[in-house]
Write a protein that binds this ligand. Structure first.
Ligand code: SF4
Length: 505
């Protein structure tokens, strides 16, 4: 019998580079609480109330962290800790699990989250690299690892009373007799209400339907698709939005309005029409391929405006067919052609000008402003021309901003996350593939043998670092132009030693 489950959140500041603001809770862990409650298990606690700051040197206010953790566990004997992490937050995971081990040597630590994916990585010289599960189990950072969604964790606690060797559910991994046992990915658990992170400035974040058939090679959304029953989504949203006077609703769904699932959202938001949920300002990701066909795009725009989806996030990623084929930026499993990418650019332009005119002309309320965010990924496969053209495109979109609509391009640097195809494809060009502390969206782990583009990535990361100091988009574009000139000039010497990541999320 498990006396208590303590779920430890390592996500501290939100994901600002993706325009996902800070929240005190982690949606994955909230989902586990909901799933355990649904099974009648209630001795579960989210820890801490507000995430602690963790730097490369350790947990800030570590004594307070330790004291609160001891208080959370109380006098429970058989305790299971669930610790979730992304690759970007991995260094925090290491500090947190170390403290948990020291304080509670007899407790069971189960790791999970997007960082943990199985993979077979062998370079051209025949060197084999460990995956995150092997590292976590062999180095005893965790006693078990969940890959995929949380059903195996729920089974471990509820059905198997915390006995590792009894869990046969897919997605549950542990060590026995020196070998890693386990297979597959965990399913999304049964929940009786929609999990959401608790209101933060009258905003809630949730995920109601996930999965994307495009299959991009760099995509780390690898858990498998699921959806929550519409009646559960509707009843939770109706109640929470009304009771807690919610103003903003963030959907984290990876590709919500694709043809296969658009109807699902039309039904849900159509049903919520006319009550408090209608008046919440919503934000969502949108696949740029959905604004290419004028008829499809118009239907989508009318839906978005009707339901106040006023913050739209487009993953434009790259602008040339060549880069798309190198990084596997795909549409329905096939790399995007130049023709498709050009159509997406034009579709986005029409989308922005339509939304802008609509907001200018029809919505006269001062407070109702829209925002379109377009994200790009700079890769080690850029040429000077592709970078210059990308920056020009960013500038063109940003200039479409109006009094009612801001248009902000943002960028990241290609990161070969665990489990992604791009990692296996370019393993020979990744420095220290097992060093997950260095891997992340703000790091450049690409080898300089790929050319000047990798020097440019260093320069681009410096721009990202400066962005933390409250830069405007126009300044970012200006800085990027200089970064491109420096990166491709041949004058910046490749550093003898790779630059350490010197700033953290
Ligand atoms: S379109 Fe986006 S969500 Fe879909 S596979 Fe590509 S990167 Fe992932």
């Amino acid at each position: 019998m498990v006396d208590k489950v303590v779920l430890v959140n390592t996500l501290e500041q939100g994901l600002d580079y993706l325009h996902i603001g800070a929240a005190d809770q982690n949606l994955g862990l909230v989902t586990i609480v909901e799933a355990l409650h649904t099974q009648g298990y209630r001795d579960v606690e989210l820890f801490p109330d507000k995430p602690y700051e963790v730097t490369p040197n350790g947990i800030v206010e570590e004594n307070s962290f330790r004291e609160s953790l001891v208080r959370s566990v109380g006098d429970a004997k058989n305790v299971v800790f669930g610790v979730s992490t992304t690759t970007d937050e991995y260094y925090k995971f290491l500090f947190v699990t170390k403290v948990v081990r020291e304080l509670f040597p007899n407790a069971t630590i189960v790791a999970g989250g997007p960082h943990f994916a199985r993979e077979v990585l062998i370079d051209s010289k025949g060197n084999r690299y460990k995956d995150p599960i092997e590292i976590a189990l062999q180095e005893q950072l965790a006693d078990a690892v969940v890959v995929g969604h949380a059903q195996p964790f729920v089974d471990f606690v509820v059905k198997h009373d915390g006995k590792l060797s009894e869990v046969k559910s897919p997605g549950f991994y542990y060590m026995s007799e020196g070998k890693i046992r386990g297979r597959g990915k965990g399913k999304y658990p049964k929940v009786s209400q929609l999990p959401y992170v608790k209101p933060y400035n009258r905003l809630i974040r949730t995920l109601i339907h996930d999965g994307c058939a495009n299959g991009c090679d760099y995509c780390s959304i690898n858990k498998g698709s699921f959806n929550i029953a519409p009646e559960i989504v509707i009843s939770t949203l109706e109640r929470v939005i009304k009771e807690q006077e919610i103003r903003f609703l963030d959907l984290s769904d990876s590709n919500p309005f694709k043809p296969e699932t658009f109807k699902f959202y039309q039904e849900i938001f159509g049903y919520l029409d006319g009550n408090d949920a209608t008046r919440t300002i919503k934000s969502s990701l949108i696949d740029p391929s959905l604004v290419v066909d004028p008829k499809q795009s118009e239907e989508l725009m009318m839906f978005l405006l009707r339901h106040l989806f006023l913050t739209c996030f487009f993953g434009r990623e790259c602008i040339t067919g060549e880069v798309a084929s190198k990084i596997g930026a795909k549409l329905r499993g096939k790399p995007k052609s130049q023709e498709q990418l050009d159509k997406e650019r034009e579709g986005l332009r029409d989308f922005i000008s339509f939304i802008s005119q609509f907001l200018e002309g029809i919505i006269k309320y001062e407070t109702l402003r829209g925002s379109v965010c377009i994200s790009y990924i700079f890769t080690p496969f850029e040429t000077e021309q592709s970078v210059v053209d990308t920056i020009k495109e960013m500038e063109m979109f940003h200039k479409m901003s109006s009094t009612q609509l801001t248009v902000d391009p943002i960028f990241t640097v290609l990161s070969p996350y665990p489990g992604t195809r791009i990692r296996a494809k370019y393993i020979d060009h990744i420095v220290d593939p097992e060093d997950f502390v260095k891997l992340g969206v703000r790091s450049n782990v690409w080898s300089y043998d790929l050319g000047a583009s990798v020097v440019f990535l260093d320069e681009a990361l410096d721009v990202l670092e400066k962005l933390r100091e409250d830069y405007s988009t126009s300044q970012m574009i200006k800085e990027l132009k200089l970064a491109a000139m420096r990166g491709f000039s041949g004058k910046v010497k490749k550093p003898k030693h790779r630059r350490e990541r010197n700033f953290y999320l």
